[in-house]
Design a binder for this molecule. Structure first.
Ligand code: GLC
Length: 559
Protein backbone atom coordinates (compact mmCIF):
# COMPACT_ATOMS: atom_id res chain seq x y z
CA UNK A 1 0.00 0.00 0.00
CA UNK A 2 1.46 3.35 -0.95
CA UNK A 3 0.50 7.01 -1.09
CA UNK A 4 -2.45 8.46 0.85
CA UNK A 5 -3.82 5.06 1.89
CA UNK A 6 -0.51 4.16 3.51
CA UNK A 7 -0.28 7.47 5.30
CA UNK A 8 -3.87 7.04 6.49
CA UNK A 9 -3.14 3.60 7.91
CA UNK A 10 0.00 4.96 9.51
CA UNK A 11 -1.97 7.84 11.04
CA UNK A 12 -4.56 5.44 12.44
CA UNK A 13 -1.86 3.44 14.19
CA UNK A 14 -0.53 6.69 15.65
CA UNK A 15 -3.88 7.97 16.90
CA UNK A 16 -5.12 7.51 20.46
CA UNK A 17 -8.73 6.39 20.98
CA UNK A 18 -9.56 9.95 22.04
CA UNK A 19 -8.06 11.38 18.82
CA UNK A 20 -10.05 8.86 16.77
CA UNK A 21 -13.26 9.90 18.51
CA UNK A 22 -12.24 13.52 17.93
CA UNK A 23 -12.18 12.92 14.18
CA UNK A 24 -15.73 11.54 14.39
CA UNK A 25 -17.09 14.74 15.93
CA UNK A 26 -18.52 17.65 13.92
CA UNK A 27 -19.19 20.68 16.12
CA UNK A 28 -20.94 24.01 15.38
CA UNK A 29 -18.50 26.87 15.27
CA UNK A 30 -20.40 28.85 17.90
CA UNK A 31 -19.98 26.08 20.49
CA UNK A 32 -16.23 25.55 20.44
CA UNK A 33 -13.03 27.58 20.63
CA UNK A 34 -10.07 27.02 18.33
CA UNK A 35 -8.12 25.95 21.41
CA UNK A 36 -10.60 23.13 22.07
CA UNK A 37 -10.46 22.13 18.41
CA UNK A 38 -6.72 21.68 18.88
CA UNK A 39 -7.03 20.04 22.32
CA UNK A 40 -9.60 17.48 21.18
CA UNK A 41 -8.39 16.95 17.61
CA UNK A 42 -11.87 17.73 16.30
CA UNK A 43 -12.46 16.31 12.80
CA UNK A 44 -14.96 18.85 11.53
CA UNK A 45 -16.57 22.17 12.34
CA UNK A 46 -19.71 23.48 10.68
CA UNK A 47 -21.60 26.71 10.37
CA UNK A 48 -25.27 25.90 10.81
CA UNK A 49 -27.83 28.01 8.95
CA UNK A 50 -26.87 31.62 9.73
CA UNK A 51 -23.60 30.56 11.42
CA UNK A 52 -21.91 33.75 10.23
CA UNK A 53 -19.02 35.85 11.51
CA UNK A 54 -19.59 39.51 12.39
CA UNK A 55 -19.31 41.41 10.16
CA UNK A 56 -20.64 38.88 7.69
CA UNK A 57 -18.33 39.28 4.72
CA UNK A 58 -15.98 37.05 2.72
CA UNK A 59 -12.81 38.20 4.49
CA UNK A 60 -14.29 37.51 7.93
CA UNK A 61 -15.60 34.16 6.77
CA UNK A 62 -12.10 33.29 5.59
CA UNK A 63 -10.68 34.46 8.92
CA UNK A 64 -13.22 32.47 10.95
CA UNK A 65 -12.66 29.28 8.96
CA UNK A 66 -8.90 29.89 8.93
CA UNK A 67 -8.79 30.19 12.69
CA UNK A 68 -10.48 26.82 13.16
CA UNK A 69 -8.37 25.22 10.42
CA UNK A 70 -5.11 26.48 11.90
CA UNK A 71 -6.17 25.26 15.33
CA UNK A 72 -6.65 21.74 13.97
CA UNK A 73 -3.19 22.00 12.48
CA UNK A 74 -1.87 22.70 15.98
CA UNK A 75 -3.29 19.47 17.39
CA UNK A 76 -0.85 16.69 18.31
CA UNK A 77 -1.03 14.99 14.93
CA UNK A 78 -2.12 18.07 12.99
CA UNK A 79 -4.87 16.20 11.15
CA UNK A 80 -6.55 18.89 9.02
CA UNK A 81 -10.08 20.05 9.76
CA UNK A 82 -13.01 19.77 7.38
CA UNK A 83 -15.25 22.83 7.61
CA UNK A 84 -18.83 22.34 6.39
CA UNK A 85 -21.73 24.62 5.41
CA UNK A 86 -25.18 24.37 3.88
CA UNK A 87 -24.47 25.94 0.52
CA UNK A 88 -27.80 24.84 -0.94
CA UNK A 89 -28.19 27.72 -3.40
CA UNK A 90 -24.78 29.37 -3.35
CA UNK A 91 -22.60 30.19 -0.35
CA UNK A 92 -25.89 31.35 1.02
CA UNK A 93 -24.95 32.26 4.60
CA UNK A 94 -22.39 34.74 3.30
CA UNK A 95 -23.61 38.29 2.61
CA UNK A 96 -22.40 39.25 -0.86
CA UNK A 97 -22.26 35.73 -2.25
CA UNK A 98 -24.13 34.85 -5.41
CA UNK A 99 -27.48 33.33 -4.47
CA UNK A 100 -28.66 30.93 -7.17
CA UNK A 101 -32.22 29.69 -7.66
CA UNK A 102 -33.23 27.12 -5.08
CA UNK A 103 -33.09 23.57 -6.41
CA UNK A 104 -36.76 23.44 -7.41
CA UNK A 105 -35.96 26.22 -9.91
CA UNK A 106 -32.90 24.36 -11.16
CA UNK A 107 -35.13 21.34 -11.62
CA UNK A 108 -37.46 23.46 -13.77
CA UNK A 109 -34.58 24.17 -16.17
CA UNK A 110 -34.22 20.43 -16.85
CA UNK A 111 -30.55 21.00 -17.72
CA UNK A 112 -27.93 19.00 -15.74
CA UNK A 113 -25.08 20.86 -17.43
CA UNK A 114 -26.43 24.18 -16.14
CA UNK A 115 -26.73 22.63 -12.67
CA UNK A 116 -23.13 21.43 -12.90
CA UNK A 117 -22.00 24.98 -13.73
CA UNK A 118 -24.05 26.41 -10.84
CA UNK A 119 -22.51 23.91 -8.42
CA UNK A 120 -19.03 24.71 -9.75
CA UNK A 121 -19.51 28.44 -9.14
CA UNK A 122 -20.96 27.66 -5.70
CA UNK A 123 -17.91 25.53 -4.85
CA UNK A 124 -15.54 28.33 -5.90
CA UNK A 125 -17.27 30.85 -3.63
CA UNK A 126 -17.39 28.38 -0.75
CA UNK A 127 -13.76 27.29 -1.15
CA UNK A 128 -12.59 30.90 -1.42
CA UNK A 129 -13.53 31.24 2.27
CA UNK A 130 -11.66 28.05 3.19
CA UNK A 131 -14.74 25.82 3.42
CA UNK A 132 -14.31 22.46 1.67
CA UNK A 133 -17.55 20.56 2.46
CA UNK A 134 -21.01 21.50 1.24
CA UNK A 135 -24.08 19.76 2.70
CA UNK A 136 -25.63 19.59 -0.75
CA UNK A 137 -27.25 18.52 -3.02
CA UNK A 138 -30.50 17.62 -1.36
CA UNK A 139 -31.62 14.68 -3.52
CA UNK A 140 -34.96 14.25 -1.81
CA UNK A 141 -37.89 13.36 -4.06
CA UNK A 142 -40.55 15.48 -2.31
CA UNK A 143 -43.93 13.80 -2.76
CA UNK A 144 -46.04 16.19 -0.68
CA UNK A 145 -45.58 19.91 -1.51
CA UNK A 146 -46.89 20.82 1.93
CA UNK A 147 -43.38 19.87 3.14
CA UNK A 148 -41.22 22.88 4.01
CA UNK A 149 -38.21 21.34 2.22
CA UNK A 150 -39.90 20.87 -1.17
CA UNK A 151 -37.82 23.69 -2.69
CA UNK A 152 -34.56 22.06 -1.58
CA UNK A 153 -35.29 19.17 -3.97
CA UNK A 154 -34.99 19.31 -7.77
CA UNK A 155 -38.46 17.87 -8.36
CA UNK A 156 -40.83 14.93 -8.33
CA UNK A 157 -39.27 12.78 -11.07
CA UNK A 158 -36.57 10.45 -9.66
CA UNK A 159 -34.75 10.44 -13.01
CA UNK A 160 -34.60 14.26 -13.00
CA UNK A 161 -33.45 14.29 -9.37
CA UNK A 162 -30.78 11.68 -10.13
CA UNK A 163 -29.46 13.58 -13.15
CA UNK A 164 -29.42 16.92 -11.34
CA UNK A 165 -27.98 15.47 -8.14
CA UNK A 166 -25.13 13.74 -9.96
CA UNK A 167 -24.39 16.92 -11.91
CA UNK A 168 -24.34 18.93 -8.68
CA UNK A 169 -21.92 16.44 -7.09
CA UNK A 170 -19.59 16.69 -10.09
CA UNK A 171 -19.88 20.47 -10.10
CA UNK A 172 -18.87 20.74 -6.45
CA UNK A 173 -15.97 18.32 -6.92
CA UNK A 174 -14.83 20.00 -10.14
CA UNK A 175 -14.68 16.76 -12.10
CA UNK A 176 -16.46 13.40 -12.53
CA UNK A 177 -15.58 10.49 -10.27
CA UNK A 178 -14.66 12.31 -7.09
CA UNK A 179 -13.01 15.36 -5.52
CA UNK A 180 -9.79 16.75 -7.04
CA UNK A 181 -6.84 16.86 -4.62
CA UNK A 182 -5.02 19.34 -6.87
CA UNK A 183 -7.89 21.82 -7.10
CA UNK A 184 -8.33 24.14 -4.12
CA UNK A 185 -11.88 24.86 -5.27
CA UNK A 186 -12.87 21.19 -5.11
CA UNK A 187 -15.52 20.87 -2.39
CA UNK A 188 -16.92 17.65 -0.91
CA UNK A 189 -20.52 17.04 -1.93
CA UNK A 190 -22.97 15.56 0.56
CA UNK A 191 -26.16 14.16 -1.00
CA UNK A 192 -28.91 14.29 1.59
CA UNK A 193 -30.98 13.19 3.45
CA UNK A 194 -30.59 9.46 3.25
CA UNK A 195 -33.13 7.86 2.85
CA UNK A 196 -36.66 8.73 1.90
CA UNK A 197 -36.90 12.18 3.52
CA UNK A 198 -39.31 13.20 0.73
CA UNK A 199 -41.61 10.21 1.34
CA UNK A 200 -42.75 11.13 4.84
CA UNK A 201 -46.51 11.11 5.30
CA UNK A 202 -48.38 14.27 6.31
CA UNK A 203 -49.00 14.30 10.05
CA UNK A 204 -46.27 11.74 10.77
CA UNK A 205 -43.83 14.21 12.33
CA UNK A 206 -43.32 13.32 15.97
CA UNK A 207 -41.99 15.32 18.88
CA UNK A 208 -38.90 13.98 20.63
CA UNK A 209 -40.23 13.78 24.21
CA UNK A 210 -36.77 13.47 25.78
CA UNK A 211 -35.18 16.30 23.83
CA UNK A 212 -36.66 19.79 23.90
CA UNK A 213 -34.50 21.09 21.04
CA UNK A 214 -37.38 20.68 18.61
CA UNK A 215 -39.90 22.20 21.06
CA UNK A 216 -38.59 25.59 20.04
CA UNK A 217 -40.79 25.60 16.99
CA UNK A 218 -44.50 25.10 16.43
CA UNK A 219 -45.69 21.61 15.62
CA UNK A 220 -44.19 20.30 12.45
CA UNK A 221 -46.46 18.11 10.40
CA UNK A 222 -44.33 16.19 7.94
CA UNK A 223 -40.67 17.23 8.23
CA UNK A 224 -38.58 14.51 9.91
CA UNK A 225 -41.64 12.28 9.67
CA UNK A 226 -42.18 8.65 8.70
CA UNK A 227 -42.26 7.13 5.20
CA UNK A 228 -44.92 4.38 5.21
CA UNK A 229 -44.00 3.12 1.74
CA UNK A 230 -42.90 -0.33 0.57
CA UNK A 231 -39.30 -1.24 -0.15
CA UNK A 232 -39.88 -1.40 -3.91
CA UNK A 233 -41.04 2.25 -3.99
CA UNK A 234 -38.30 3.29 -1.57
CA UNK A 235 -35.71 1.87 -3.95
CA UNK A 236 -37.24 2.89 -7.25
CA UNK A 237 -38.02 6.48 -6.26
CA UNK A 238 -35.84 7.54 -3.33
CA UNK A 239 -32.74 5.36 -3.56
CA UNK A 240 -32.31 5.97 -7.29
CA UNK A 241 -30.74 9.47 -6.91
CA UNK A 242 -28.17 8.08 -4.44
CA UNK A 243 -27.09 5.46 -6.94
CA UNK A 244 -26.31 8.31 -9.33
CA UNK A 245 -24.64 10.44 -6.66
CA UNK A 246 -22.38 7.59 -5.58
CA UNK A 247 -21.52 6.87 -9.21
CA UNK A 248 -20.67 10.56 -9.60
CA UNK A 249 -18.05 10.11 -6.88
CA UNK A 250 -19.68 11.44 -3.73
CA UNK A 251 -17.57 10.66 -0.64
CA UNK A 252 -20.06 11.82 2.00
CA UNK A 253 -23.79 11.25 2.55
CA UNK A 254 -25.97 12.78 5.26
CA UNK A 255 -28.46 10.60 7.14
CA UNK A 256 -32.07 11.72 7.38
CA UNK A 257 -33.97 12.61 10.54
CA UNK A 258 -36.92 10.77 9.02
CA UNK A 259 -37.84 7.13 9.47
CA UNK A 260 -39.02 4.32 7.26
CA UNK A 261 -41.92 2.30 8.60
CA UNK A 262 -41.10 3.50 12.11
CA UNK A 263 -37.34 2.92 12.03
CA UNK A 264 -35.19 6.05 12.25
CA UNK A 265 -32.59 6.41 9.48
CA UNK A 266 -29.86 7.32 11.96
CA UNK A 267 -30.05 3.83 13.38
CA UNK A 268 -30.92 1.94 10.20
CA UNK A 269 -28.11 -0.54 9.66
CA UNK A 270 -29.81 -2.33 6.74
CA UNK A 271 -30.15 0.86 4.69
CA UNK A 272 -26.93 2.55 5.82
CA UNK A 273 -24.66 -0.49 5.55
CA UNK A 274 -26.22 -3.28 3.49
CA UNK A 275 -27.89 -1.04 0.89
CA UNK A 276 -25.86 2.19 0.69
CA UNK A 277 -22.50 0.49 1.06
CA UNK A 278 -23.18 -3.12 0.13
CA UNK A 279 -25.36 -2.55 -2.93
CA UNK A 280 -24.47 0.97 -4.09
CA UNK A 281 -20.79 0.53 -3.28
CA UNK A 282 -20.58 3.78 -1.34
CA UNK A 283 -17.10 3.98 0.18
CA UNK A 284 -17.30 7.37 1.84
CA UNK A 285 -18.46 8.61 5.23
CA UNK A 286 -21.99 8.97 6.55
CA UNK A 287 -22.51 12.11 8.62
CA UNK A 288 -25.49 12.48 10.91
CA UNK A 289 -27.85 15.40 10.67
CA UNK A 290 -27.89 18.15 13.33
CA UNK A 291 -28.36 16.22 16.62
CA UNK A 292 -29.90 13.55 14.44
CA UNK A 293 -28.64 10.69 16.63
CA UNK A 294 -30.31 12.23 19.70
CA UNK A 295 -33.71 11.17 18.37
CA UNK A 296 -32.91 7.45 18.63
CA UNK A 297 -33.23 7.01 22.38
CA UNK A 298 -33.66 8.94 25.66
CA UNK A 299 -30.22 7.71 26.69
CA UNK A 300 -27.52 9.56 24.73
CA UNK A 301 -24.90 6.86 25.07
CA UNK A 302 -27.40 4.43 23.50
CA UNK A 303 -27.81 6.94 20.67
CA UNK A 304 -24.05 6.97 20.07
CA UNK A 305 -23.77 3.18 20.14
CA UNK A 306 -26.77 2.56 17.90
CA UNK A 307 -25.96 5.20 15.29
CA UNK A 308 -22.23 4.39 15.00
CA UNK A 309 -22.89 0.64 14.86
CA UNK A 310 -25.60 1.25 12.24
CA UNK A 311 -23.15 3.10 9.97
CA UNK A 312 -22.90 6.72 11.05
CA UNK A 313 -19.21 7.63 10.82
CA UNK A 314 -19.26 11.31 11.82
CA UNK A 315 -21.69 12.71 14.37
CA UNK A 316 -22.94 16.27 13.88
CA UNK A 317 -22.97 17.11 17.59
CA UNK A 318 -23.31 20.90 17.30
CA UNK A 319 -23.31 21.74 21.00
CA UNK A 320 -22.76 18.92 23.52
CA UNK A 321 -19.58 17.49 22.07
CA UNK A 322 -18.06 16.85 25.51
CA UNK A 323 -20.93 14.46 26.23
CA UNK A 324 -20.33 12.78 22.87
CA UNK A 325 -16.66 12.31 23.78
CA UNK A 326 -17.50 10.87 27.20
CA UNK A 327 -20.17 8.48 25.95
CA UNK A 328 -18.26 7.34 22.88
CA UNK A 329 -15.12 6.76 24.97
CA UNK A 330 -17.10 4.74 27.50
CA UNK A 331 -18.84 2.76 24.76
CA UNK A 332 -15.49 1.80 23.24
CA UNK A 333 -14.03 0.95 26.66
CA UNK A 334 -17.01 -1.31 27.33
CA UNK A 335 -16.82 -2.88 23.88
CA UNK A 336 -20.26 -1.61 22.89
CA UNK A 337 -18.48 -0.04 19.92
CA UNK A 338 -15.49 -2.00 18.66
CA UNK A 339 -12.17 -0.32 17.93
CA UNK A 340 -12.43 -1.86 14.45
CA UNK A 341 -15.64 0.12 13.91
CA UNK A 342 -13.97 3.29 15.18
CA UNK A 343 -10.99 2.71 12.88
CA UNK A 344 -13.33 2.17 9.94
CA UNK A 345 -15.08 5.49 10.61
CA UNK A 346 -11.73 7.29 10.97
CA UNK A 347 -10.45 5.67 7.79
CA UNK A 348 -13.46 6.95 5.84
CA UNK A 349 -13.04 10.44 7.32
CA UNK A 350 -9.31 10.60 6.56
CA UNK A 351 -9.93 9.19 3.08
CA UNK A 352 -12.37 12.02 2.35
CA UNK A 353 -9.83 14.56 3.62
CA UNK A 354 -7.08 12.98 1.54
CA UNK A 355 -9.31 13.06 -1.54
CA UNK A 356 -9.37 16.85 -1.21
CA UNK A 357 -5.61 16.94 -0.89
CA UNK A 358 -5.86 18.10 2.71
CA UNK A 359 -3.27 15.53 3.85
CA UNK A 360 -0.79 16.68 1.22
CA UNK A 361 2.13 18.76 2.40
CA UNK A 362 1.92 21.37 -0.34
CA UNK A 363 -1.59 22.76 -0.67
CA UNK A 364 -2.63 25.14 -3.46
CA UNK A 365 -3.96 28.55 -2.41
CA UNK A 366 -7.74 28.92 -2.18
CA UNK A 367 -9.58 30.73 -4.98
CA UNK A 368 -9.41 34.54 -4.61
CA UNK A 369 -12.07 36.17 -2.44
CA UNK A 370 -12.85 38.48 -5.38
CA UNK A 371 -14.74 35.58 -6.98
CA UNK A 372 -17.37 35.71 -4.24
CA UNK A 373 -20.44 37.33 -5.79
CA UNK A 374 -18.49 37.94 -9.03
CA UNK A 375 -20.20 39.38 -12.09
CA UNK A 376 -19.61 36.12 -13.95
CA UNK A 377 -21.29 34.10 -11.20
CA UNK A 378 -24.20 36.52 -11.04
CA UNK A 379 -24.58 36.29 -14.82
CA UNK A 380 -24.69 32.50 -14.50
CA UNK A 381 -27.34 32.83 -11.77
CA UNK A 382 -29.35 35.14 -14.04
CA UNK A 383 -29.15 32.53 -16.82
CA UNK A 384 -30.40 29.87 -14.40
CA UNK A 385 -33.27 32.13 -13.32
CA UNK A 386 -34.23 32.85 -16.96
CA UNK A 387 -34.36 29.16 -17.71
CA UNK A 388 -36.30 28.25 -14.57
CA UNK A 389 -39.31 30.52 -15.13
CA UNK A 390 -42.51 28.65 -16.08
CA UNK A 391 -45.48 30.28 -17.83
CA UNK A 392 -48.46 28.64 -16.15
CA UNK A 393 -51.01 30.32 -18.39
CA UNK A 394 -51.61 33.41 -20.54
CA UNK A 395 -49.24 33.05 -23.46
CA UNK A 396 -51.24 35.67 -25.32
CA UNK A 397 -50.48 38.19 -22.56
CA UNK A 398 -46.68 37.91 -22.70
CA UNK A 399 -44.12 39.25 -23.38
CA UNK A 400 -44.46 42.89 -22.31
CA UNK A 401 -44.40 45.08 -25.43
CA UNK A 402 -41.23 47.18 -25.71
CA UNK A 403 -42.83 50.60 -25.30
CA UNK A 404 -45.55 49.55 -22.86
CA UNK A 405 -46.13 51.51 -19.67
CA UNK A 406 -45.66 49.12 -16.77
CA UNK A 407 -47.07 49.24 -13.24
CA UNK A 408 -45.26 47.05 -10.68
CA UNK A 409 -46.70 45.97 -7.34
CA UNK A 410 -46.81 43.20 -4.75
CA UNK A 411 -44.56 42.31 -1.82
CA UNK A 412 -42.09 40.36 -3.93
CA UNK A 413 -41.46 43.06 -6.53
CA UNK A 414 -38.63 44.78 -4.69
CA UNK A 415 -37.47 42.48 -1.85
CA UNK A 416 -34.25 40.43 -2.05
CA UNK A 417 -35.19 38.38 1.01
CA UNK A 418 -38.48 37.24 -0.52
CA UNK A 419 -36.89 36.31 -3.84
CA UNK A 420 -34.21 34.23 -2.06
CA UNK A 421 -36.36 32.35 0.45
CA UNK A 422 -35.02 30.24 3.30
CA UNK A 423 -31.36 29.26 3.85
CA UNK A 424 -30.25 32.79 2.97
CA UNK A 425 -27.98 34.74 5.35
CA UNK A 426 -30.12 33.39 8.20
CA UNK A 427 -31.38 29.83 8.54
CA UNK A 428 -34.99 30.81 7.93
CA UNK A 429 -34.19 33.65 5.54
CA UNK A 430 -35.84 37.05 6.05
CA UNK A 431 -37.61 39.85 4.18
CA UNK A 432 -35.68 42.91 3.09
CA UNK A 433 -32.33 43.94 1.62
CA UNK A 434 -30.50 41.07 3.31
CA UNK A 435 -27.73 40.81 0.71
CA UNK A 436 -26.68 42.59 -2.51
CA UNK A 437 -28.70 41.57 -5.57
CA UNK A 438 -31.17 42.71 -8.21
CA UNK A 439 -34.91 42.78 -7.61
CA UNK A 440 -37.45 42.41 -10.41
CA UNK A 441 -38.36 46.10 -10.09
CA UNK A 442 -34.73 47.16 -10.40
CA UNK A 443 -34.27 44.91 -13.41
CA UNK A 444 -37.38 46.28 -15.13
CA UNK A 445 -36.22 49.83 -14.52
CA UNK A 446 -32.87 48.98 -16.10
CA UNK A 447 -34.07 46.80 -18.97
CA UNK A 448 -37.48 48.10 -20.01
CA UNK A 449 -37.57 51.01 -22.42
CA UNK A 450 -41.11 52.08 -21.56
CA UNK A 451 -42.08 53.89 -18.32
CA UNK A 452 -42.03 51.80 -15.12
CA UNK A 453 -44.30 52.92 -12.29
CA UNK A 454 -44.54 51.47 -8.79
CA UNK A 455 -47.93 50.97 -7.17
CA UNK A 456 -48.40 53.43 -4.38
CA UNK A 457 -45.84 55.90 -5.67
CA UNK A 458 -48.68 58.25 -6.51
CA UNK A 459 -47.61 58.39 -10.15
CA UNK A 460 -50.36 58.27 -12.77
CA UNK A 461 -51.82 54.84 -12.03
CA UNK A 462 -55.06 55.62 -13.78
CA UNK A 463 -53.93 53.68 -16.80
CA UNK A 464 -50.96 51.46 -17.58
CA UNK A 465 -50.55 48.98 -20.39
CA UNK A 466 -49.17 46.11 -18.28
CA UNK A 467 -49.32 45.37 -14.57
CA UNK A 468 -46.78 43.01 -12.97
CA UNK A 469 -47.87 41.82 -9.52
CA UNK A 470 -45.29 39.74 -7.62
CA UNK A 471 -46.88 37.53 -4.97
CA UNK A 472 -44.51 35.67 -2.67
CA UNK A 473 -44.39 33.06 0.04
CA UNK A 474 -42.80 34.20 3.29
CA UNK A 475 -39.27 32.75 3.71
CA UNK A 476 -39.00 29.47 5.64
CA UNK A 477 -36.72 26.46 6.05
CA UNK A 478 -37.32 22.86 7.07
CA UNK A 479 -40.33 22.12 9.25
CA UNK A 480 -41.04 25.81 9.66
CA UNK A 481 -42.38 25.64 6.14
CA UNK A 482 -44.75 22.71 6.67
CA UNK A 483 -48.13 24.16 5.62
CA UNK A 484 -51.54 22.48 5.64
CA UNK A 485 -52.89 25.15 3.27
CA UNK A 486 -50.88 26.06 0.18
CA UNK A 487 -53.13 28.88 -0.97
CA UNK A 488 -50.94 31.71 -2.21
CA UNK A 489 -51.71 34.98 -0.45
CA UNK A 490 -52.42 37.82 -2.88
CA UNK A 491 -53.42 41.14 -1.32
CA UNK A 492 -56.92 41.77 -2.73
CA UNK A 493 -56.57 45.56 -2.49
CA UNK A 494 -53.33 45.49 -4.46
CA UNK A 495 -54.81 43.10 -6.99
CA UNK A 496 -57.93 45.20 -7.56
CA UNK A 497 -55.94 48.42 -7.84
CA UNK A 498 -53.67 46.91 -10.45
CA UNK A 499 -56.44 45.06 -12.24
CA UNK A 500 -58.43 48.27 -12.67
CA UNK A 501 -55.37 50.33 -13.68
CA UNK A 502 -53.88 47.99 -16.27
CA UNK A 503 -54.93 46.63 -19.64
CA UNK A 504 -53.03 43.43 -18.93
CA UNK A 505 -52.17 41.95 -15.56
CA UNK A 506 -49.36 39.41 -15.09
CA UNK A 507 -48.99 37.69 -11.69
CA UNK A 508 -45.48 36.45 -10.90
CA UNK A 509 -45.27 33.86 -8.08
CA UNK A 510 -42.20 33.49 -5.84
CA UNK A 511 -42.70 30.18 -4.03
CA UNK A 512 -40.81 27.11 -2.87
CA UNK A 513 -43.46 24.78 -4.30
CA UNK A 514 -46.62 24.66 -6.40
CA UNK A 515 -49.29 26.83 -4.76
CA UNK A 516 -53.07 26.94 -4.84
CA UNK A 517 -54.00 30.18 -6.55
CA UNK A 518 -56.84 32.12 -4.89
CA UNK A 519 -59.98 32.70 -7.02
CA UNK A 520 -58.99 36.32 -7.48
CA UNK A 521 -56.05 35.15 -9.64
CA UNK A 522 -58.56 33.96 -12.27
CA UNK A 523 -58.84 37.60 -13.31
CA UNK A 524 -55.15 37.86 -14.16
CA UNK A 525 -54.18 37.59 -17.83
CA UNK A 526 -51.06 35.53 -17.14
CA UNK A 527 -49.55 33.58 -14.27
CA UNK A 528 -45.77 33.00 -14.08
CA UNK A 529 -44.01 30.63 -11.63
CA UNK A 530 -40.53 31.98 -10.80
CA UNK A 531 -39.86 29.71 -7.75
CA UNK A 532 -37.21 31.25 -5.43
CA UNK A 533 -34.83 32.88 -7.93
CA UNK A 534 -32.14 34.14 -5.53
CA UNK A 535 -30.28 37.45 -5.93
CA UNK A 536 -30.54 37.71 -9.73
CA UNK A 537 -34.23 38.39 -10.43
CA UNK A 538 -33.10 40.11 -13.63
CA UNK A 539 -33.62 36.67 -15.14
CA UNK A 540 -37.35 37.04 -14.52
CA UNK A 541 -37.35 40.41 -16.30
CA UNK A 542 -35.47 38.86 -19.24
CA UNK A 543 -38.37 36.49 -19.81
CA UNK A 544 -41.21 38.92 -19.09
CA UNK A 545 -39.69 41.42 -21.54
CA UNK A 546 -39.28 38.79 -24.25
CA UNK A 547 -35.44 38.84 -24.22
CA UNK A 548 -35.63 35.12 -23.51
CA UNK A 549 -38.37 32.58 -24.17
CA UNK A 550 -40.26 30.85 -21.39
CA UNK A 551 -38.49 27.51 -21.28
CA UNK A 552 -38.97 26.33 -17.70
CA UNK A 553 -40.94 23.10 -17.21
CA UNK A 554 -42.85 22.21 -14.05
CA UNK A 555 -40.72 19.95 -11.77
CA UNK A 556 -43.88 19.23 -9.77
CA UNK A 557 -47.52 19.10 -10.92
CA UNK A 558 -49.13 22.50 -10.33
CA UNK A 559 -52.67 22.08 -8.98
C1 GLC B 1 -30.29 20.92 9.39
C2 GLC B 1 -30.74 20.18 8.15
C3 GLC B 1 -29.61 19.69 7.29
C4 GLC B 1 -28.40 20.60 7.47
C5 GLC B 1 -27.93 20.50 8.91
C6 GLC B 1 -26.78 21.46 9.20
O1 GLC B 1 -31.16 20.63 10.45
O2 GLC B 1 -31.62 19.08 8.34
O3 GLC B 1 -30.07 19.68 5.94
O4 GLC B 1 -27.36 20.18 6.60
O5 GLC B 1 -28.97 20.71 9.84
O6 GLC B 1 -27.21 22.79 9.09
Amino acid sequence: MTGPAASIEHLITEMTPAEKIGQMAQVEKGSITPEEVAELGIGSVLSGGGGNPTPNDAANWAAMVGEMTEAAGASRLGIPLLYGVDGVHGHNNLRGATIFPHSIGLGATGDPDLVRRVARATAIEIAATGVRWDFAPCVAVPLDPRWGRTYEGFGRDPALVAAMGAAYVEGLHGRPGGPDPDDSSSVLACPKHYLGDGAAAWGSARRVPWNDWWDLWPDWYIDQGDAPIGEEELRAVHLHPYRAAVAAGSLTVMASYSSWRGDKMHGHRYLLEDVLRGELGFGGLVVSDWMGIDQLDPDYRTCVVRSVNAGVDMVMVPIEYRRFFADATAAVADGDISMERIDLAVRRILTAKAALGLLDIAKPDPPPLSLVGSAAHRALAREAVRRSVVLLRGEEAVPVPAAASVLVGGDGADDIGLQCGGWTIEWQGARGAITPGTTLLEALRTSHRGPVHVLGDGVPESHCDVGILVASEEPYAEGMGDRPDLTLSIDPAVFHQMRSACERLIVVVYSGRPMLLPPIADRADAIVAAWLPGTEAGGVADVLLGRHPFEGRLPHPWP
